[in-house]
Design a protein. Sequence first.
Length: 389
Amino acid sequence: MTEAVSRPTLEAVAARAGVSRATVSRVVNGGDGVREPLAERVRQAVAELGYVPNQAARSLVTKRHDAVAVVIAEPETRVFADPFFALQLRGISKELTAHDNQLVLLLTEGRDDHARVARYLSGGHVDGALVFSLHLDDPLPGLIHDAGVPTVFGGRPGWGDDGGATGPARSAAKDPGVVYVDCDNRGGARAAVRHLVDLGRRRIAHLTGVLDQTSAVDRLDGYRDVMDEVPGGNDPRLVVESDFTPAGGERAMRELLDRCPDVDAVFAANDLTALGALRVLRASGRRVPEDVAVIGFDDMLPVAEEADPPLTTVRQDIEEMGRLMARLLLHGLSDGRDRTDARDRLDARDRKDGRDGADGRDRTGATADGPPPAGGVILPTTLIRRASA
């Protein structure tokens, strides 16, 4: 029978370093008040003995669990089929791993899942939450607000936009501490549609995303900003609702061709929608880009590059969005400040001076028209030109 190997104890580290147990505890748990020579002796003793702190005991001292919940308001069938989520999770995971934090993934598909997530977050299992892919009628913001968990949202918050939020959702909508990370959806859409206009296209259609999400609404608004300046461009038949999926893009493209067979360009709300549109155009005998130019949004590689033809698209740095979400949350947790101050803790290399977005925005959300939205970090977008437009 194999004998159990005893783990080095806090007392053993203290004896090796020649300091008190309390001193070792402060060093191991990141406390202050220990002179650097003593702290270095403790760290050396920890390394020599292979001491690993007991996480449960450490949590009692630090009130931290070194775990962050990542809440995606989508069913697993959507999350694991869409590379957008993989890219965002990769950015989040890299940042959490670099700070020795664990990622706890929570998905929601219905009201029962919302209650389960709320119970978990309010149960003290994690230090904070990263939440994205919210829908406008989603109860999660209110539930998270009530749980009192520090949170960073992926995407511009839209709850309460119409003033109709009630109860916890209204409280969440009015919370001045809301922090979020998004890309310049509206400016990116404008750049895409302007490019199509510059190519001489006039019957430019838009296949939308899910219109209960702010990213889809902002991209539709950007499309309309440009098309309102094009003679005949505000034809409502040119806008067809889709759902950010290839199958949705196929359905929307078929409906569009039935409505407007003279369409000569398509701006799709994301690359997957554009893929579906390309399939239908090819099946209908229309050449891309000669007959119909197509532009997507996201620049998800290899999706965009392996499309037929390779897809002109609006690039947003999805992985960077995830990384910044995690970084904002961790900075807010580490210094104990209010969440509204967290975005000011970004290192200089993570922020850019001046305006660099397609919309004239910089990464903090500032525009020529006024200050940034409360707690918002807006990443720039870039039009990537390939063969489809």
